[in-house]
Structures are given as C-alpha cells and as structure tokens.
Design a protein around this ligand. Structure first.
Ligand code: ZN
Length: 138
C-alpha cells in the first residue's frame, strides 16, 4: 500500500482545518516510513469500525508521525477502545522496522538520529548502536 492509497482510504479519520475541509494529514500523509503502513492500515480500519458503532463528530487523528524512532499518534475524542487501538499501533512501532516492516529494534545512528530498524536496513544506513528500551511498552 502506498501513501496515496493509504490517505484515500483513511482520510475520513483525519482532522480538518475548520471552515476549509483541508486536512494536513491527507495532504502529507502519516509522517512515517513504509514499513509501518501495514499495521497503521489495520489500526485505522479498526478505529473506523469502532467509530461506526457510536456517534463522535469530534473524533480526529491530528498527527501521525515518527518521533525518537517510535510512532506518535495525536488524536481527539473517541473512546477507551480507540485509545487502546492507537496505543497498540504505537507499541508495534517499537519492534517493527520503519523502513521495510521486518522485525526491528530501536537504534541510534552515528548522526544522532534514532530509528526502529531491522539489521539489514540499519546496516544500509551506516553505523549504529541498538538502544535497549526497558519501558518500551508503556
Ligand atoms: Zn528493515
């Protein structure tokens, strides 16, 4: 699944700028690598299914981005079940390579950047150290 297809499928969940109908998320898409799109697709599909069971005109995904090597989702509204679905996706980002979707670990690269990456993708990016996160699953 590419970003265009992804955004087309999930744009109803994205926050819109009041009075314009424009969504920054659908303009640029989730600011994450392709490796995370499959589990994000599954997560957002489950969120949409959950939203279909009750009315919440306020619900919106505001930001979906990578920060310090992990997925960060900022949302508004919803319910506890939706919060759990979003938290599950964030937790998955701790063990899935952002580049290719294989099993990955958080690594710190020589240039100071953090990324969750598999051994192959990490090697392609240059020198790195694996950073062990004891509290990876919040
Ligand atoms: Zn990889």
């Amino acid at each position: 699944m590419d970003y265009v297809e992804f955004n087309k499928k999930h744009r109803a969940l994205y926050e819109r700028i009041p009075g314009t109908g424009i969504s920054l998320l659908s303009e640029y898409g989730p600011e994450v690598g392709r490796g995370w799109l499959p589990f994000l697709d599954s997560c957002f599909t489950s969120v949409a299914n959950e939203l279909a069971t009750f009315s919440d005109p306020d619900f919106a995904l505001i930001e979906v981005k990578e920060k310090w090597g992990h997925l960060n989702i900022l949302s508004r509204g919803g319910n506890e079940r939706i919060d759990a679905l979003l938290a599950k996706a964030e937790a998955l980002s701790h063990i899935v390579c952002e580049e290719c979707g294989a099993f990955g670990l958080l690594r710190k690269f020589e240039n100071g950047w953090y990324a969750t990456a598999c051994g192959t993708c990490a090697a392609a990016r240059g020198d790195h150290d694996v950073i062990w996160m004891r509290n990876a699953f919040r």
